[in-house]
Design a protein around this ligand. Structure first.
Ligand code: FAD
Length: 472
């Protein structure tokens, strides 16, 4: 038998269901493939830094696979539909008997997989697995068999199912003693552009080490620390979960190993962190139940009537971190320079774009995607629709974050702001959120814009725009 394992966003050899099962038959020749689709990636706004992370993680993967005697082949196509043909051709050329992969849940990805299944029908057996989530989408449902529309009941149903199933991680496959030794691949695997000198991990070993350290040193404080952007109070594992250097089961198992009783205390740092992994799960299940979410549509259809202002200058100021609101600008510069942004700040910057600037949330969703190392359609879309009050379980439209008071609350001394806005380095803590008050008082100068909107007025405008849309 010849088994093909098609890697996607699961770039690891430990606890990878498709790889594990492809290797179960000791006699099988196992070959790995990965499809590179630059045109499709661009159409999906995939950040260049994320492409570079995938590239570097693939190089490491090819070394780990070579140690198992499994060759990795990169198949270069432009779009998903061509990728489907090239996977099918590869399987036929190599006389594959079976193709193994882990599901991806976005709409275009599902169309691509269905096409492959069609092309290989009656020729190659397909084995597909739910590996990127704890529970297969479609299984955490109401008594009527429907996907939940609100997080908390989803979570409660999820927890019941989760603790009744086996969640152990799978081991790395053994060396394929029936296969010849192979060379690992060398760079470049495909053209990449590194925008910034970004810092990221590329091996599953390092990602697991970060998880371990987080669980030993930080997670017990997570409930308190997770909202403070100036400290490393969160795991920063999102890019590695997004490309699959690490799995959600590995996260759970490490957490469980650190504190086996964490589920008994819903306010413990451990439980609060696990809750975030359940949010991730919720948004993945949501796009499967509501595929139209992958087609630029709002979950709450009435919000499609909102008349956006869509002022391009304001949008540019937001992208560049030049809105005159220090917490928003510091956050946007963190995103632009590192490819990552703290969760509290994603909520604030998203709310600011949509509610204060009255710009269509889809503009922001897209911009985030072009910058995020962890850009994951379901979480990004879910987060944006939450902030824009267009989504499931979203923040009510009349509850609007005040960027100044939020800044004071979560960065009281302005430590985070000063890290990203060097032009405000000398502004005292008391004025760090309203620096122009300080310049007026002291007759000093800062090279920093005045607020581009008046929050109080913007708030009234936004509520009006939402109300109009709702009553239409
Ligand atoms: P931790 O706090 O350590 O959480 C652990 C893991 O749980 C994260 O790595 C992530 O995989 C998951 N997670 C945490 N919070 C959420 C959440 N609210 N929704 C879904 N999953 C979550 N997350 C992404 O992974 N990719 C995105 O593209 C993305 N876009 C977002 C856009 C907006 C507007 C908002 C409000 C949130 C977005 N998030 C996204 C969710 C969240 O901000 C990030 O997952 C988190 O900041 C990553 O940092 P961390 O790894 O330190 O998280």
């Amino acid at each position: 038998p010849v088994h093909i394992i098609w890697f996607r966003h699961d770039l690891r050899v430990t606890d990878n269901k498709a790889l594990f099962y492809a290797c179960q038959d000791k006699q099988a020749q196992v070959h790995a493939i990965f499809t590179v689709t630059p045109e499709q990636w661009q159409a999906h706004d995939m950040a260049l830094s994320r492409q570079a992370l995938i590239h570097d993680a693939l190089l490491e993967l090819s070394q780990s696979l070579a140690k198992l005697n499994i060759p990795l082949t990169i198949l270069l196509s432009d779009t998903y539909s061509n990728a489907a043909s090239s996977v099918a051709e590869y399987c036929q050329q190599h006389h594959a008997t079976a193709l193994f992969f882990n599901y991806e849940y976005e709409l275009n990805e599902r169309h691509r997989d269905n096409r492959v299944i069609e092309l290989l029908e009656n020729k190659v057996t397909i084995y597909a697995y739910h590996d990127n989530v704890f529970i297969a989408p479609g299984n955490v449902v109401t008594q009527q068999g429907e996907m939940y529309k609100v997080f908390t009941p989803f979570k409660n149903a999820f927890l019941r199912l989760f603790f009744s199933q086996d969640n152990t991680s799978l081991s790395r496959p053994d060396i394929r003693t029936h296969q010849h030794p192979v060379e690992s691949l060398s760079a470049p695997l495909f053209p990449i552009k590194k925008e910034n000198k970004l810092d990221y991990l590329t091996t599953e070993k390092d990602a697991l080490l970060r998880l371990k350290q987080f669980c030993y040193e930080t997670v017990s404080h997570y409930a308190k620390w997770r909202d403070i952007p100036s400290i490393e109070g969160t795991s920063q594992l999102s890019p590695y979960l997004a490309v699959g250097l690490i799995s959600v089961r590995q996260c759970f198992n490490r957490l469980y190993h650190t504190e086996p009783h964490f589920v008994e205390n819903s306010t413990s740092g451990e439980f609060v962190w696990f809750n975030e992994l359940i949010w991730r799960e919720f948004y993945q299940h949501l796009i499967v139940a509501n595929p139209y979410l992958c087609q630029y549509r709002a979950f709450q259809s009435w919000t499609e009537n909102i008349k956006w202002d869509n002022n391009e200058d304001n949008f540019t100021a937001w992208t560049q971190g030049l809105t005159g609101y220090p917490i928003i600008d510091a956050a946007m510069r963190q995103l632009n320079q590192t490819g990552w942004m703290h969760n509290r700040l994603r909520m604030l910057t998203a709310s600011f774009l949509v509610k204060d600037l009255l710009i269509d949330w889809r503009w922001g969703e897209r911009y985030f995607m072009t910058k995020l190392l962890d850009g994951e359609f379901s979480a990004n879309n879910g987060g944006w629709q939450w902030a824009a009050s267009t989504g499931t379980d979203a923040v009510p439209y009349f509850r609007i974050f005040n960027p100044t008071t939020q800044g004071k609350k979560f960065d009281p001394e302005g430590e985070f702001i000063r890290q990203w806005l060097p032009e405000l380095i000398n502004v005292p803590a008391r004025y760090i959120h309203t620096p122009h008050e300080w310049t007026m008082k002291t007759n000093s100068y800062i090279d920093y814009p005045l607020p581009i909107v008046d929050h109080a007025k913007a708030r009234v405008n936004a509520i009006e725009a939402y109300e109009k849309a709702k009553n239409q």
